[in-house]
Design a protein around this ligand. Structure first.
Ligand code: SAM
Length: 285
């Protein structure tokens, strides 16, 4: 058996909660086939293939795929705008999953980008990216850690500089964590953020978690040990308590901005007050 084949056998496809990362990558791979796509992610399809497809999660993707696409573009724009306004951009992507922003976005020179996720996800991802011959467009540092534990020490050991303003991204994470773990993350993100740092995040409210349309998703996620555990009713107030000045963008406005249909799962005419929050914030205190 050649080295390459041996590596493929040793490379373990993601299972459990890390498998949710394959679901999001599959939505981005799908967008890559769109004539007027909202972003370019040429690596997504290869990552999904290396993971052995995401067909087992097709129901979730049908429900939320358009939301994943819009949110990807929203966070791309937030991160690039923060990086462009910084002399030495430092970006931290929490629970990065199969995010390929380090490779596919045009980062200003001198950008350092950290990706944090569970060790099993990053082992798989690094092998798969290597096989795909991917080259980052910035200094990319991966930090294997459990975000319910002391990730801040691991990040600092990996070269993160708390005196440098940071652009943080927390996409598709908070709902999977116990509420106290989410609060600890916000505490440390805030403690490590110099003035002028920015933060972009996704969360959901209780009404969204309890939508009848979401029942099948929760059942599917339960089988992956990826149960949703948290929600927030007032993201602006929540972030304000940690010293961030935040704003929320509604998917209705985002869809109009990009000339797309409002994803049904975020359309107030179909889901009422249920919300997937897309928030961005700047550190003011
Ligand atoms: N942010 C990525 C994206 O949008 O493509 C991935 C989102 S995916 C829904 C959730 C990610 O959270 C997975 O990559 C999973 O491994 C990661 N994750 C879940 N629990 C975690 C934990 N305790 N520590 C670190 N990462 C975790």
């Amino acid at each position: 058996m050649g080295d390459h084949n041996l590596k493929r056998v040793l490379q373990r496809p993601p299972v459990g909660v890390v498998r949710t990362a394959v679901l999001i990558a599959a939505a981005r791979a799908n967008e890559q086939r769109h004539l007027r796509r909202l972003f370019d992610d040429p690596l997504a399809a290869g990552l999904v293939e290396a993971a052995g497809s995401a067909n087992d999660l097709i129901g979730v993707r049908t429900l939320a795929g358009e939301h994943f696409v819009l949110r990807t573009r929203y966070f791309d724009d937030q991160l690039l705008s923060s990086a462009q306004n910084s002399a030495r951009p430092q970006v931290v992507i929490m629970a990065a999953g199969l995010d390929t922003r380090a490779f596919r976005l045009q980062w200003p020179p001198g950008t350092t980008l950290f990706e944090l996720d569970l060790p099993e996800l990053l082992e798989f991802k690094e092998d798969a990216l290597d096989d795909l011959g991917a080259q980052p467009g910035c200094e990319r540092v991966v930090v294997a850690c459990d975000l319910r534990e002391d990730w801040a020490t691991a990040l600092i050991r990996a070269g993160f500089d708390p005196n440098r303003p940071t652009a943080w991204l927390l996409e598709g994470l908070f709902m999977f964590l116990p509420p106290d773990a989410g609060e600890r993350i916000m505490y440390w993100v805030s403690a490590l953020s110099a003035l002028g740092s920015t933060l972009a995040l996704e969360h959901v409210n209780r009404a969204f978690r309890e939508l009848p349309q979401m029942r099948a998703v929760h059942e599917r996620f339960d089988t992956l040990d990826a149960r949703w555990r948290a929600d927030v009713e007032d993201p602006i107030g929540w972030l304000g308590g940690y010293g961030w000045h935040a704003a929320v963008t509604h998917q209705v406005d985002l869809a109009a901005r990009h000339d797309r249909a409002v994803p049904a799962i975020t359309d107030p005419r179909k889901v009422g007050d249920a919300r997937i929050w897309l928030a961005s914030a700047i550190r003011t205190a």
